[in-house]
Design a protein around this ligand. Sequence first.
Ligand SMILES: C[S@@+](CC[C@H](N)C(=O)[O-])C[C@H]1O[C@@H](n2cnc3c(N)ncnc32)[C@H](O)[C@@H]1O
Length: 350
Amino acid sequence: METSLLDLAPITRHLRAMASSQLLIAGVHHFHMFEHLQKEPCSIEELQAKLGLKERPAMVLFPALCAMQLLNFNTENKLYITEMGKHLIESTQPNLISYIGLEKDNAGVLEMTQLLKNDGPLDESALTYVKEGDTPSVMDEEETARFFTLALAGRAQYLSPIVASKLPQKKAYLLDVGAGTGFYTYEWLLANPEATATIFDRPAVLAVAKEFLDTFSKSNRKGAAGVKERISFQAGDMLIDELPQADILLAASVFHDWPTETCMVLAKRFADVIRPGGELWVHDAFLNDNLDGPLAVTDYSGMLFMHTKGRAYSRKEYRNWFSQAGLTPTSENIPTLLDYGLISASKSAL
Ligand SMILES: C[S@@+](CC[C@H](N)C(=O)[O-])C[C@H]1O[C@@H](n2cnc3c(N)ncnc32)[C@H](O)[C@@H]1O
């Protein structure tokens, strides 16, 4: 299996870098963060209260400014302004406040500011990649579900050989929840000729996934034709519907679409259907455990914040959810490509 691919991360970093600009300008000109912090260092909660921000926007904005080296955490875990950040305070001469202000009315900055203040858009049906309750979802309309699923196809196709090669290699039954195109599963089944799998997603997304499986099966790769017979599709709502029991449950780019409380619910639901001795695998981009970067992921978190109900989380946050769900997280951090990686947790054997 091909695992030595050229890492295309520079492309996704440039794509996501727009979030850095928006968060920097919003932080300086619309939230006046540096003025608030100049008297004394603040805990995350204290700064959140001063700025009137809910938990999710705070956890997007503060790590981003740390990753930009403008803020940092001291030994008491309080945020303080770095030497560079001091040049964003009025009393420091020279400062770059007015220069940054040239962009303060940029449409993207104003939108980011509004979303940070509201913790997301007022109209939740504008969000992408999420289906929750009775709120209409773009993932349930044929045209938009196709558009948003196709948008992720190239990324999944590119990442899937390396992700599949780092998942357990064995005869097992894999459940791919929120599978989108299903590429990770197709690759993994190709590498594991005795394994079986289920692709779980919304019905309109599965219609697109089936087309990708058709094309995959017809490729001239050895064993590709047989993958189709070992795969089933299940339409449903992962937040409420019964999920099938599995040896391996894969959640690729799934948790980052949801707020913390929903991530905890999902972790528990996933843990409950993993068979004894089975494993939960998460493929995602992770914040540093001390929430100060990396910049590629704080940028990604800003974009996720704008378009979904989620953000990027640290491995420590994931591992806490896994433990609370009754699983045992491993300490292994497995990098893949595009600033993503894998982590896993296991369920004890009976
Ligand atoms: C960001 S995409 C990830 C797709 C794929 N795993 C990948 O990495 O390319 C999230 C997926 O979760 C699905 N999803 C969102 N809410 C869902 C729900 N309540 N039940 C089932 N699937 C859901 C979406 O339709 C979408 O395909």
